[in-house]
Design a protein around this ligand. Sequence first.
Ligand code: FAD
Ligand code: NA7
Length: 487
Amino acid sequence: PTDQYQYDLVVLGGGSGGLAAAKQATELGAKVAVFDYVIPSPQGTKWGLGGTCVNVGCIPKKLMHQAALLGEAVHEATAFGWQIPEVKSVKIDWEALTTAVQNHVKSVNWVTRVELRNKKVEYINALGYFKDPHTIGGIMKNGEEKVVTAKNVLIAVGGRPNYPDIPGAVEYGITSDDIFSLSKPPGKTLVVGAGYIGLECAGFLNGLGYDATIMVRSIILRGFDQQMANIIAEEMETRGVHFIYQAKPKALEKQADGSILVHWVDKDGQIHKDVYDTVLFAIGRKALTKDLKLENAGVFVVPENEKIDALNEQTNVPHVYAVGDVLHKKPELTPVAIHAGKLLAKRLYGNATELMDYTNVATTVFSPLEYGCVGLSEEQAIAIHGEDSIEIYHAYYKPTEFFVPQKDNSRCYLKVVALRNNDQKVLGLHFVGPNAGEVIQGFATAIKCNLTFPLLKSTVGIHPTIAEEFTRVNITKRSGMDPKPQS
Ligand code: FAD
Ligand code: NA7
C-alpha cells in the first residue's frame, strides 16, 4: 500500500472495465480491491461477479442468438440431405435453453473469482460509495459496512435498464436483466424500444418460435446508419417479427389469467389495447452513479444522464477515474470498457502513455440477419464532409450457402463509405449478412491502418466467402447503377 492508504486502487464495479483495470494494475504491482454488488432487478433477478456482459448482456445474448440460428439451420439442413424426422415439429425447450445458458454464465462467474484470487485482487461483495475523496464504504449483503481507503479510485459501475414511467411497468414488465433466466417460456412478447438490445431480443425470441412485436417510438437504431437499420428491420419483419411504429405504451395491467393487457397510444393519439404474455422494456440504460454519493468526493456528473464526463478516463477530481458504460458519450461496449481499463492501469502503474482511442470502434447488432459496422455511417460522413466529398460504394450479394436451401438473400447488402478525393480514404464499412461481426473485425484493423478504397480493391478475396464481397464492390450510389448481382 502507498503511504497513508490501504490500497493503491479501489475499483467500484466488477464488470468488464473494472476487472480489466484491477487485474492489469495488480500485475503491475499495485494493491487493488474491487467492490462489486448486484442490486436485484424489480423482478428479483440477480447474478454473480463479472458485470453486465457476462451475466445479462453480450454472453447470454449471443447464446440465445445462436440457439435461434440453430433452429433455422435445422430446417436448412434438410435441403442438404440431412434426414430429420418431423422437422416441422422441431421446437425449443425454453427451460433447457435457459439452464444451458445459465450454466455457462455461472462457470464464467466461477472462473472470474478464481482469477481474482490468483492475481491477488481483493474482491469485496458490497455496494460501494464515497465517504470522502479517499475513503470508500461498502454495504454488504448482511447490512454491515466495510470501509477502506484508497490513493486512487476507479468508477466502473456500468448501467442498468430503464423503465418507462407508466402504470404497471415496474410491476409487470421485464428487461434484459430478466429474459436470459426467465423461469417460464416468454410466450407472446412485446418488446418496447428499437435500439440494438430491443432488436436483438425480439430477433432471437422470434427465431426461437415465440410471437414477438417491437414497439418503435420513432426510428430504428438511432445513431446507426439508417439505410442499414431499415434493412435489418425489414428482414426481421419478413421473418415474422411484428413492428408497431410511432407508438408508446401507456399502461400495463395484469389480467386474471396472468397475461398482460398493454394500453398503448399511436401517432394520432388513439389508444389501443393488446394482450401479451411478456412485456420487455429495452428503452435505454441509466448509469449507476446515484448510489456512489459522488458529492462526498466532489465528482461531477452530466445532469441530463448522470454519466461521468471524463477526459482520458480522469474525472474532475484528479485521483478519481472512470471507465466503461458510466462514461458520457463513449461507446457502451465491453471491449471498449476493457481496453480503456487496461490502458488506464498501465498509465497509472506501468509508466505507459498510450491513451484510449474511442474512434472507429467496430460493433455488431446480432439481429437474425446480423449487421456489423465500423466507422462513420453514410449520414455522419455526409454531415462531416458534405455530400460532394463522399462516395458510397454498395452491393447486394448472394452467400453461396443460401442457394441450396433457397434462403432469401434479398437483404444481403454492404456498403463502403469513402472520401472522394485522391487517396479515397475509407471512413466506414457496413455489412448485413451472416456472421457480420466476424466479417467486420479484420476490416476494423484495416481502417486503423488508414485503409483507402484502392487498397480495398487491391486486396485479393477468399473464395467463396461473404467477406470477399468487400473486395469486389465497385458500384457507386451516385452512378444510380443497380447494385444487385448480375448472375
Ligand atoms: P458492467 O459490466 O455493467 O459492470 C458494472 C458492475 O458494477 C456490475 O456488476 C454492477 O452490479 C456493479 N456495481 C454497480 N454499482 C456498484 C456499486 N456502487 N458498488 C459495487 N458494485 C457496483 N457489448 C458488446 O460489446 N457486445 C455485445 O454484444 C453486447 N451485448 C449486450 C447485450 C445486452 C442485453 C446488454 C445489456 C449489454 C450488452 N453490451 C454488449 C454492453 C456491455 O455489456 C457493456 O458495455 C459492458 O458490460 C460495460 O462494462 P462496465 O465495466 O462499464 O460495466
Ligand atoms: P438505446 O440504444 O438507447 O435505445 C432505446 C430505444 O428505446 C430507442 O429505440 C428509443 O427510441 C426507445 N425509447 C426510449 N425511451 C422510450 C420510452 N419511454 N418509451 C418507448 N420507447 C422508448 O437503448 P438499448 O436499451 O437498446 O441499449 C442501451 C445501451 O446499452 C445502448 O446505448 C448500448 O450502447 C448499450 P428513440 O429512438 O429515442 O425515439
